[in-house]
Design a binder for this molecule. Structure first.
Ligand code: HEC
Ligand code: HEC
Length: 411
């Protein structure tokens, strides 16, 4: 029974991904929906409880898993997209496409077999390194090509002189290994607390923020090539969110309620688990980034400075409560948060997802970004741009919109 459901959902997924691979936004949305179709589990029929159901591993859900055993199922599609992006290819490079459908379990292609040995090699290398953050992934060698280059391209660039920056405050804080030293050795950098306090003041101050218990937005959600859908969200502090995309085939809804979340579209209602649930939070940046930054991290540390669009930013390395690493970028000039990169660690590599906050405007005493851009490791739909036309604070909301959607409810 389960098998056939999964096969169905896989076919469904593949149909959409293949047929709509040029309709990036639609494909992004249907991908997200269909991924979760295969994560449907027994608990989805029960009433809401606070604890999220635990997710299965890929070998419990998919048919022909030989090397990715123990990977949480919500990581399979991100990992596949990561492999495709690392090699600069599409799914069909390794997978058989039959009548426009991707046959996930089929092992016909030698590239899939090679990929299996590569995965094994990567697991082995990382076991050998087994040291701190050091990590080898598909991208380490492949860099967007199916055949990695094993030698330097000539002529070599001239060595660049070291920049004359004050001790330790150099270049990019991200890849900088000296960022592991304590912030005390960097007298010119403010502390993480100072940066967070400046951010808090810049967006309106703690008193204003504490008065906000709900937020409603209207706008559009678009891909870079200009396709655009009407988009609405409603949020209640601290952890309830609702969003709706109006697609040509109907309204798609996503709901977050504490530790649980759901998707609803024409195919029905599915529960969000694992990484899908985490990703959903990034759709509600007001609650999970902008307004309550400090509450989401167990530790934060300034790791350096960088530039985004020629403007100076401080880079803060932060560990989330769920132990995931993030980098946060704050404008030096006005203190506002400019970028957030979250890193998903999987057994084959670390997968980044980047959110950019721009076009800050005043809304009832708060300063909020009216353009939020999310970039994914996904060659089919690498970028999603949300532009808001209207943001309202403290609008009375019907809390039932944050319940598990019922399939019969009118959108
Ligand atoms: C570089 C090769 C490669 C690329 C590119 C690739 N895959 Fe895979 N895929 C694999 C391998 C290898 C496995 C089997 C993993 C294992 O045995 O543990 C797999 C397994 C799967 C499975 C599980 C099938 C099953 O039931 O066992 C699905 C679904 C899947 N891939 C979908 C995709 C999608 C969708 C894409 C494009 C976003 C993609 N793959 C891109 C190599 C690849
Ligand atoms: C240590 C370096 C290294 C790492 C890490 C690595 N590869 Fe490779 N990969 C290679 C080399 C070298 C080749 C051979 C390329 C050639 O034949 O020109 C190759 C070839 C391949 C091929 C065959 C390409 C073709 O044209 O047929 C696939 C598929 C592949 N790698 C997938 C992966 C995947 C998936 C990962 C991550 C799980 C990975 N590789 C990680 C070095 C690496």
């Amino acid at each position: 029974m389960k098998r056939s459901k999964i096969t169905e959902s896989l076919k469904h997924y593949i149909l959409k991904v293949v047929a709509l691979s040029f309709v990036a936004l639609a494909s992004f949305i249907s991908t997200s929906f269909s991924e979760v179709r295969s994560s449907r589990d027994q608990s989805s029929g029960t009433t809401i409880t606070q604890a999220a159901p635990t997710e299965k591993t890929v070998e419990q859900v998919f048919k022909n898993i030989k090397v990715l055993n123990d990977m949480p199922q919500s990581q399979l599609y991100p990992a596949m997209r990561f492999m495709a992006a690392s090699l600069g290819t599409q799914c069909g490079f390794c997978h058989v496409i039959r009548n426009g459908l991707l046959d996930g379990p089929a092992d016909d292609k030698p590239e899939k077999q090679t990929a299996r040995s590569m995965i094994k090699m990567v697991l082995e290398i990382n076991k050998t390194i087994a040291r701190g953050d050091a990590e080898v992934s598909c991208y380490t060698c492949h860099r967007g090509r199916s055949s990695p280059q094993g030698f330097p391209t000539l002529p070599l660039p001239l060595p660049t002189p070291l920049p004359q920056t004050p001790a330790g405050a150099g270049s990019s804080g991200v890849a900088d290994s000296s960022s592991r030293t304590s912030p005390n050795t960097r007298p010119n950098l403010p502390s993480a607390d100072e940066i967070l306090n400046k951010h808090l003041t810049a967006i309106g101050g703690k008193m204003t923020i504490d008065r906000i218990n709900s937020l409603v937005t209207k706008g559009t959600s678009a891909t870079r090539n200009g396709q655009s859908l009407a988009y609405e969200t409603a949020q209640i502090a601290p952890d309830k969110g609702y969003e709706a995309f109006v697609t040509p085939s109907g309204t798609s809804e996503r709901v977050l309620n504490g530790a649980r979340g759901w998707l609803k579209n024409a195919d029905g209602v599915q529960e969000l688990l694992g990484q899908r649930l985490e990703d959903q939070k990034l759709s509600f940046p007001w609650m999970f980034t902008i307004l309550r930054l400090k509450d989401q991290y167990s530790s934060m540390r300034v790791s350096g400075t960088d530039k985004i669009d020629d403007r100076d930013v401080y880079v803060v390395s932060a560990i989330r409560l769920d132990n995931k690493l993030e980098h946060l970028y704050f404008n030096v000039e006005d203190g506002l948060v400019r970028r957030r990169i979250s890193y998903l660690r999987t057994m084959i590599g670390t997968i980044p997802q980047q959110t950019d906050f721009e076009d800050y405007r005043q809304v009832q005493g708060l300063k909020l970004p009216f353009t939020i851009t999310v970039s994914f490791v996904d060659r089919g739909s690498p970028i999603l741009i949300r532009k808001f036309t209207d943001i309202k604070l403290n609008t009375p909301l019907d809390e039932s919109m944050f319940d598990k959607p019922s399939p019969t409810k009118k959108p």
